[in-house]
Each structure stands twice: as C-alpha cells, then as structure tokens.
Design a protein around this ligand. Sequence first.
Ligand code: PEP
Ligand code: MG
Length: 593
Amino acid sequence: MATLKGIPVSAGISIGRAFFLNRSGAGPLPRQTLPEALVGPELARLDRAFEQFGLEIEQARERIPAELREHALILDSHMMILKDPKLSGVAKRYVQSLGINAEWALDKAVADLEKAFEALDDPYFRDRIQDVRTVAGRVQARLAGQTAETRAIESRVVLMAHDVSPADTASLQTDKIMALVTVQGGKTSHTGILARTLGIPAVVGVTQLEREVRDGDLVVVDGLRGVVVLSPSEDELARLSDLKYQFEAYQAGIMRGCHLPGETIDGYRLKVKANIEMLDEVPTVVTNGGEGIGLYRTEYSYMNRAKLPTEDELYQEYLDLATIMSPRRVTLRTLDAGADKFVSTLGALDERNPALGLRAIRLCMHHPDIFKTQLRAILRASVAGNISVMFPMISGLREIRQAKAMLAEARAELRQEGQRFDTELPVGIMMELPSAVMIAEVLAREVDFFSIGTNDLIQYSLGIDRTNRYVSHMYQPLHPAVVRSIKHVVDAAHQAGIEVSLCGEMASDPFCVPILMGMQIDCISLTPQAIPGIKRIIRQATMDDCKILLKLVLESPSVTRTNALVQETIFRQFPDELMFYSSLLDREETPTH
Ligand code: PEP
Ligand code: MG
C-alpha cells in the first residue's frame, strides 16, 4: 500500500480502477539546433500546430455537453492564450533568434511566462500559468503528431491524467468517471471546477502519479484529505469504504433538506441566498436550495474580453438572471473592479497599493460613462420586479450620495426615452470598510439594506492583504474587532429598520454562522454548494444557544480564545455535522493578537 499526496479540489471518496487519459508524453522533449535553411519550415510547423489545436478547441466548444457549459468559458481563455503573442510570438522569436526547434522554443516561452506569473500576488491569477502550460503542452503534442483522440472507457473508472484540458471535456464520457486525479493543477484549476460540476471527488497536483500508477490498478481517491491510496490493504479499504459511506449519507441527508427554510428549532428564520458570478451557476443555486441571489458579482462579465460589454448585453444578462430566479430576489452589485479583480479593458493602473486604490465605486466614479451604462442596464432589467442594486466599497456618505445621484441621472434619462424600470428598486451598500462600520447609523438612513462584505472588512480592519499568503494566517474572521464591527452594523441596520445581510466567506463557515445568528442577522449569502450544509446547521440550532455563544464571543478579548471557545462549543453542538468541513478558523498558525 502506498499513499500519494496532492491537493483536494472536490470532496468525496471513490474506490475504483485507474484509467489514464493521457500521460506527460513519451519522453523528454526533443531539443535540436537547426541549420538556417530549416528555420523557415520550423516556423511553419509551429504555426500549423497552433492552428490545429485552435481548430480542436473550436470543435470541442461546439460539442461541449450542456452540464459542462461553464467549461466553454475556459476554452475561450485557452483560445486567448493560443492567440496571445506572448506565447506564440515569443516561441517563434526563439526559433528565429536561437535557431532551435519549435518544442524547445515553446518550453522557453513558457518559462518566461512562469517568471511573470510568479510575481503575481493573487493566487487565482498565479494559478492561471497552469492554463498556459496546458495550452503549450497540447501544442507540443500536436508537434509530435498526436491528436485529441481519447481512448474509449469501457466501465466506470478513476480517470487519471497528466492534465485534463477543457478541450478534453467535450470528448469525456462523463458518466463513466467516478473520480479525477491529475499531475498538474492547483487549488483553482479547471479539473476542480469540472469535478465539482460532475459531483465527483478530485485530487490534483499529484506529482508521483505517472510513475506510481498503471492502468487497471485499484486506487482510492480521497478528495477530503487530498490523497490517492494505491493497492490499499484490507483494513484501509474497509476504513475508507466506511468513510465514503458516511460522506455520501451526509451529502444525501443535507441535499434532502436543502429546500426547507433556514429556520432554527425555536422558529428564528434566516434567509439563505447564493453568491454567484455567472448566469450558468443559477441551476446550482436552485438545486441547492438558494432562496435568492444575495450577491451577483457583476465584474466577471467585464473580464477576459477585448471590449467592454454594451448596455444591451448587460441588460439581457441581468434580465435573464432575474427572470430565471423569479420570484426570488436578485441583488446585483455594481462593478467591483480593481485590485485583484483585473479588468483588462480598463487598463492597468500604476498603483503601489491597488487594494487601497481606484477600486469598486471609486473606479466607477472615475469612469462615469462605464458606471452609467451599467446602471441603465440594471434599471432596464429591474422591470422583472425582483432586482435590488448595491454599491461596493462605500467609505462614507458622500460616496453613497454620488452613486445615488448617478442612479437618479440614469433614471431620468430612461424616463425621457420612455423606457420602463422599477421605480421602487431597492438600493443598498456593501459594508466592507471600517469607516462605513463606524458610521453605520448615518449610512443606514440613506439606503434600503446593508450587505456586510467580510472578505474585505477583515482585510481592511486587520490590515491584511487578502491575497497575500505570507499574512494569510492572520486573516481571522473571529478577531474581536471583526465580530464587534459586524454586530455594530447589524444593530445599526435594525435600529433604522432596514435589512442586513452578510455575503463574505464567513457565511459558509459552520463555525461562524451560529455567531451571526446570535446577532439576528436577516440573511446570509454564500457559495451555492455550501448552502445545504449551512442550512442543516441552522435547522439544528436554537436561537438561545446562538445568543449564549455570541455573548461569550463578544466578551472574549483575544482571537485565540474565541477560536478555541467556538471550536469547542460548535463541535459539542454539531458533532456529526463537522467531520467533512474545513473552517476559516483552521489556520496553519495561531496569531498572537
Ligand atoms: C466581500 O468583500 O466580503 C465580498 C463578498 O465581496 P468580494 O469578495 O467580491 O470583494
Ligand atoms: Mg468585497
């Protein structure tokens, strides 16, 4: 028995036979220097390989099954990489200037890009080097004369691969795959998205995979801990089968109850909505029991494209979203671009501290035309009757008034043009800056609702860049300053008679939710996949217990003590619920605040 370690990207356990979709290639890449006369033909060979892979991506895009539509977007980004001169142009330049073969030149171009990606702070964007490697690898395979043909799978298997590219997804027999394991890939890799869409376990970044595993080997994929067990002993097999059974029973149980309301045993009702970024996620929201969209991150429709979206495009997108979700409510957050959410059409700014720079509402005020276009689209879509709008990163009164003035201008224009919109459109703000928290009573008088963005509130309150791994252990949702800030905002909202929601990652953490409930928050909004588990926690809790826990947490002077207290209490209350969870409170190191 041996155990290979990797990164867990989709939960669950599968036991089955290994089947390799592809391996890293027959051997080392050919490295040759070329006589001058062969440089021209080599460039043409490289061009042909790029073209061939481009054609395959286009064909794959057309054949992609409906449930994997999300992957069409990744195919688009592969197409962009394929067309980007930073890869093909640099590779060609290496062929020309060094007189080396195309495979080698591509390797050098990828190495250059690796250096550039390593310098990026945001782990998501840093991880995108995986896509560059995948594209380059596929072009190299075409240079070696391989095609995209995949072997037919006879029975259900654990699919293993050097990598699974989105172009592969079109030809995958998804009903025959019980788990995915790859050599390549990081936390945010496409394999994880694919596995989660298919609801199967996945482990990526298993570097020893190709050396240790053969087709037909019996393996256990543990997508909870991120390991692959080879030739398990009888005892280990029995233990893992048992864990698999428990996990599946747990999942089936939470799914059965996910359409019930988020209501405690003693009748306190908490709305549970979803955070999404794309229209394609709506079916997941509905099947997981989401009671609305509490946060639609509109910036994603501005990313990865050559031109800004038009008013009509945005209008159609928002109207579709509202119509599909109707009568459930949909909260559209206006463009929160800048900092780690890079929108190339807005150009890169030379900022030393982008998180403290021209981001979100500030960026929109800097580009009033872009902001106005979005507001007009939102207003036009609001005829659906279930849309709310909210502004991100509000720091004070002036910004709300400016944003509302812009909204009023958009309304006036539409009225003049004879266009219809919801005259009662609820307007809210994200509470994610300490300055806004301090004056929550003042701001509450200006808007219809608050939504607390703890991802940023923690970043800005504790002075910790949320994308910086060196300080990630200090990113503490239950720091006394954060808990008190949230409580202050909830109380201010209730005193003013407006609704308050929370849409940061804290809302999907079972260790944090009972504390938020103790504050009597009205709504939480979280990633759709986490809704069933969180609803079950809510339905097994009592408001009395939540209030007692909140009181203890508010009295605690340090995050270390709070975390210990919360872990102990919540484990005692929900022992069966938590064995499959990892919490925001699980940090490698305990800071000493
Ligand atoms: C937040 O800041 O908590 C939030 C929900 O918004 P985002 O993560 O998109 O900044
Ligand atoms: Mg935010």
